[in-house]
Design a protein around this ligand. Structure first.
Ligand code: ZN
Length: 389
C-alpha cells in the first residue's frame, strides 16, 4: 500500500512526515499539491479530509482524483523540494473515534435487524440512514451494546483478503470493487469494507452516544456522536439541563416532568384569561350604543386577537359604521385597529398618522398600526377624521 501513497492506512497514528513535492498547480481557490507520499487522509467513505500544514502552507482540504491525492493549500510549494507535513491530530483522532464508533453501531444494527447503512455523513454529527425501521427502545439497546464493546477494548482488525477469501466472506459494503479490498473488523460487532481511518482498540472511542432518531423514507435516520465529540455534546447538554433545573427548581432528572406541569399551568391560565376577556368584551358591547357613526374604545394589556374580536363584534352586533379599538402600550402610546364594513379606510391612514405621530397601514376594511399621543388627542382626532364620514 505504501507505494500507492496510502501511508495513513499503515500508520494511522503518525501525524508528521516528510515527502517530496511532485507537482503544485494553481486552482481557483489557491493551490493543490501532490506528494510522493502522504499521511493526509483524502475525503472519502463519509470521513472528512485531514487538515494541517505542509512546510509553511496550510492544507485546507485533501481529495483524491485519478489515484492522485491532492492537498489543497493556501500557498505554493516548489516541485522537487522536500516538505515536512503535519496533520491536525486532534481533528484526525476525533474522526477516527467517530468512524470506528459508526462502524460499531451500523454493524450491530446489521447483525440484529439485517438493515444496511444506506447513507452516512460525518459532519458536526454523524448521520446514518438505515433501510428499515427501529423503535426508540431498540435503538437504546444498540447504544448500550455498542458502549459495552467500547468498554471491552476490542482490537480493531484491518485485513486485505484475497479475492477468493472475499468471495466467501460475509461483510458490509460488499460492492464490486477493483483493486485491493480493505476490511475493518470489530469483534462481535462488525465486518465492513472501508477506506477510512480507525482507532486501534475500541476503548479509545471512550463513549458512543446516540442523540436522536427520526423516520427516514422506509427506515430510520440516526444522529450520533462518538469519542471527544460525544463528551463535548454531553457536557453542553448537561450544562443546559442544569440551568433548566435551576430555573424550575427541579432535580436534573426531573426537568421534563416539571416542564410538562409548567405547560399545563400556562394552558389553565390561558383558559382563564380567555374567559375573563370574553366577559370583559361582553360588558363593553352591552355599554355601547347601537348604530353609532364612530365607536372608539381604549383598552390596556389586551391581546391583538381580542382587539380584533372586539372590533368585529362592534361592527356585527352594534352596527357601528367605524370601530376604532386601541390598546395602550405605554403612557401616550398605543396600537390601533380601525375597522369598517361600509367605508374604505385607506385614505384616512395618512391624515391620522400625521396628526398622531403614527405608523401603519392596511386594507379597505381595516387599518392598523400605532399612535404616539395622549388619549384625549387621539379621541379628538379620530372624531375629527372619522366621526362624520
Ligand atoms: Zn468505514
Amino acid at each position: 500500500m505504501e507505494e500507492m501513497g496510502e501511508r495513513y492506512y499503515l500508520h494511522p497514528y503518525d501525524y508528521e512526515f516528510q515527502a517530496r513535492v511532485i507537482e503544485c498547480r494553481k486552482t481557483k481557490k489557491g493551490w493543490e499539491a501532490a506528494l510522493e507520499d502522504t499521511l493526509f487522509y483524502p475525503e472519502g467513505g463519509g470521513q472528512p479530509a485531514d487538515t494541517g500544514v505542509l512546510g509553511d502552507v496550510h492544507v485546507l482540504d485533501v481529495h483524491r482524483k485519478d489515484d492522485v491525492i491532492w492537498h489543497e493549500t493556501d500557498g505554493f510549494l516548489e516541485a522537487g523540494t522536500i516538505v515536512t507535513g503535519k496533520i491536525d491530530w486532534e481533528r484526525r483522532f476525533r474522526h477516527m473515534q467517530s468512524h470506528t464508533g459508526e462502524h460499531i453501531v451500523s454493524g450491530l444494527i446489521h447483525r440484529h435487524y439485517g438493515y444496511d447503512n444506506v447513507g452516512f455523513h460525518m459532519g458536526k454529527e454523524i448521520q446514518i440512514d438505515f433501510n428499515g425501521p427501529l423503535t426508540g427502545e431498540q435503538i437504546r439497546e444498540i447504544e448500550l451494546e455498542a458502549n459495552r464493546i467500547v468498554m471491552r477494548n476490542e482490537a480493531v482488525i484491518e485485513t486485505f483478503p484475497s479475492a477468493e477469501e472475499l468471495a466467501v466472506t460475509d461483510y458490509r459494503s460488499k460492492k464490486e470493487l477493483s483493486g485491493k479490498v480493505r476490511l475493518i473488523e470489530v469483534p462481535d460487532a462488525d465486518l465492513c469494507a472501508c477506506c477510512g481511518t480507525h482507532v486501534a482498540r475500541t476503548g479509545e472511542i471512550g463513549i458512543i452516544k446516540i442523540l436522536r432518531h427520526e423516520k427516514h423514507k422506509d427506515g430510520v435516520r440516526i444522529y450520533m456522536k462518538a469519542g471527544l465529540d460525544a463528551l463535548d455534546e454531553i457536557m453542553v447538554q448537561c450544562d443546559e439541563n442544569r440551568k433548566i433545573s435551576a430555573e424550575l427548581s427541579a432535580e436534573t432528572n426531573k426537568t421534563h416532568a416539571s416542564v410538562v406541569r409548567l405547560k399545563q399551568e400556562i394552558e389553565e391560565k390561558n383558559r382563564t384569561i380567555y374567559a375573563m376577556t370574553e366577559m370583559y368584551l361582553d360588558t363593553i358591547i352591552q355599554e355601547t350604543p347601537d348604530n353609532a357613526p364612530l365607536v372608539c374604545i381604549m383598552l390596556e394589556g389586551i391581546s391583538r386577537q381580542a382587539l380584533g374580536k372586539l372590533a368585529e363584534r362592534l361592527l356585527e352586533e352594534k352596527h357601528a359604521r367605524v370601530a376604532a379599538v386601541l390598546n395602550r402600550t405605554q403612557e401616550d402610546s398605543c396600537t390601533y385597529l380601525i375597522c369598517s364594513r361600509s367605508v374604505d379606510l385607506r385614505s384616512y391612514v395618512k391624515p391620522l398618522n400625521n396628526a398622531l405621530h403614527g405608523r401603519g397601514g392596511g386594507k379597505p376594511e381595516y387599518i392598523q398600526g400605532s399612535f404616539q399621543a395622549d388619549e384625549e388627542t387621539i379621541r379628538r382626532e379620530l372624531q375629527k377624521v372619522l366621526g362624520t364620514i
